[in-house]
Design a protein around this ligand. Structure first.
Ligand code: CMP
Length: 475
């Protein structure tokens, strides 16, 4: 496109020279034959070269005006190249008018209009012969008027058959350069009938890329990892963050789509490939796995107490929980065996205030937020992370849940039920005491947060101790 416009500009002096030369020719011709032209029998013979010379002058003048108007004025004012079709129509119309005027000037006795209008057969023949051409011509005009796309836009025509960058629109066809560097000409009348998909050059156009992962991979982690890998790839627009989302829970895999926006849509093949490549490396680095189109048979076991973590690891985690400090290694192992692991997505609610509850939870991975709900609005009370526990209040007192707990990120928790705790209390009386302290402190925190009077923690804890013992049937 750039080369063709500079080539046009280079032609400008040539046209100028031709115009001046023809003008000079006309001048000299008129000078020499002026007297002869207006008299005598040779006149009509001499008129032929005169008409030809004038017509030539008219042609070059029109070309000159065309070049001046469209190559310079139009480009500067509008910022883009004038369509070839408009230029051609301009040349054709002005030249025809000038030619008719010249002809009439020399042959005033011949009626040109009558020549065309009286010949009906001539009209029919021309009409039939030019049916397609005229169809293309008028479709071309409507395309120009409508301006659904411009030179440099990527378009898809004929139901995905032709995709490429628009190089030009002539009176006959749209010229597309495909991504195999071929030229495809779609006739204007065909283009007018087809649905055309346009990706304008100055628009942020998006692409979708698909991939699948195995079911054991965490969705939250996959989203984070892939999004970060894609967002700084070349030609991926920084204006909109790419979106990574689950499009289907397939038979044997989680099916994903990446939606990203491009700076230059014409390079989408390369960018798609780069995005896929980045995804591959990112998944590999982060221990995530592409799903093969295979069928995996899972034999169902009766109780899968813990899908994601091993017992030792859990015992380790429990030993780091402050209230479980007095427990022996054996007791910790037993407790570990009695826990059930659950994974929650960011934003999911683990516990809802007011619900009944008969278990407590230890945060194994991730973070949760404890929230109070007041007049429809949630207010954060505390953030708990790995090694912290929650849900003990309802478990130990039998009262409804005092607050809601929501995952701030992907979070794995270990659930400990009533029976497991009762067993521990019987062998570790000091455990009841330390837990009742925590409960008393948290109650104080809740009260402060709800702007209630802070109760006396010591008295509170003593009261709690008794009620927990009573609730668990301990002496
Ligand atoms: P439970 O009442 O069973 O359910 C909500 C849980 O939120 C509660 O037990 C506590 O574990 C936890 N919680 C309530 N208040 C606080 C607080 N101030 N700080 C930390 N955790 C709290």
């Amino acid at each position: 496109m750039g080369t063709s416009s500079s080539a046009r500009r280079n032609r400008f002096p040539l046209i100028l020279l031709a115009t001046v030369a023809t003008g000079l020719g006309v001048y000299l011709f008129t000078l020499f034959f002026a007297a002869r032209l207006s008299e005598g029998p040779h006149t009509s013979f001499l008129k032929i070269p005169a008409v030809a010379l004038w017509a030539l002058l008219a042609y070059f003048t029109v070309r000159l005006v065309n070049a001046a108007l469209f190559d310079f004025a139009f480009r500067i004012r509008r910022g883009y190249e004038a369509p070839t079709l408009v230029r051609n129509i301009f040349t054709l119309v002005i030249f025809t008018v000038l030619f008719v005027l010249i002809f009439k000037w020399f042959y005033s006795e011949i009626n040109l209009g009558a020549l065309f209008t009286t010949s009906a057969i001539f009209g029919v023949i021309i009409g039939l012969a030019l049916q397609d051409t005229l169809g293309n011509f008028f479709s071309g005009i409507s395309l120009q008027a409508d301006r659904p796309f411009q030179i440099g836009d990527v378009i898809v025509v004929s139901q995905q058959k032709h995709t490429g960058v628009v190089e030009g629109i002539t009176w006959r066809a749209i010229k597309i350069r495909t991504f195999q560097n071929h030229i495809v000409l779609v006739s204007n009348s065909n283009a007018a009938k087809e649905a055309i998909e346009v990706a304008p050059r100055d628009n942020l156009n998006a692409r979708l890329i698909f991939f699948s992962t195995v079911y054991t991979d965490s969705p939250a982690k996959t989203i984070h990892v892939v999004r970060e890998a894609v967002r700084d790839a070349d030609n991926v627009s920084e204006k909109i963050t790419p979106i990574v989302r689950i499009r289907n829970l397939g038979e044997s895999s989680i099916e994903w789509e990446i939606k990203y926006w491009l700076e230059d849509y014409a390079k989408y093949n390369d960018t798609d490939a780069l995005v896929r490549q980045r995804t591959w490396y990112a998944l590999r680095r982060n221990g995530l796995t592409f799903a093969f189109p295979t069928r995996t048979l899972h034999l169902e076991r009766k109780v899968t107490a813990r899908p994601t973590t091993a017992e030792d690891e859990i015992a380790d985690r429990l030993s780091a929980v402050d209230v479980f400090a007095p427990l022996s290694t054996d007791e910790l192992r037993q407790l570990a065996m009695a826990t059930v692991g659950h994974v929650f997505a960011p934003g999911e609610t683990l516990i809802r205030a007011g619900d009944e509850g008969s278990s407590m939870f230890v945060v194994h991975n991730g973070r949760v937020q404890v929230q109070l709900t007041e007049s429809g609005k949630s207010r954060p009370v505390a953030v708990l992370s790995e090694g912290n526990f929650f849900g003990e209040m309802a478990l130990f007192t039998g009262e409804p849940r005092t607050a809601s707990v929501v995952a701030l990120e992907e979070t794995e928790v270990l659930e400990i039920g009533h029976a497991a705790m009762k067993h521990l209390f019987e062998t570790n009386p000091s455990l009841v005491e330390s837990i009742s302290w925590t409960i008393a402190e948290r109650r104080a925190g809740l009260a402060a947060s709800a702007e209630q009077a802070t109760p006396n923690s010591l008295a509170e804890s003593a009261g709690l101790l008794t009620s927990i013992k009573r609730f668990f049937g301990l002496r």
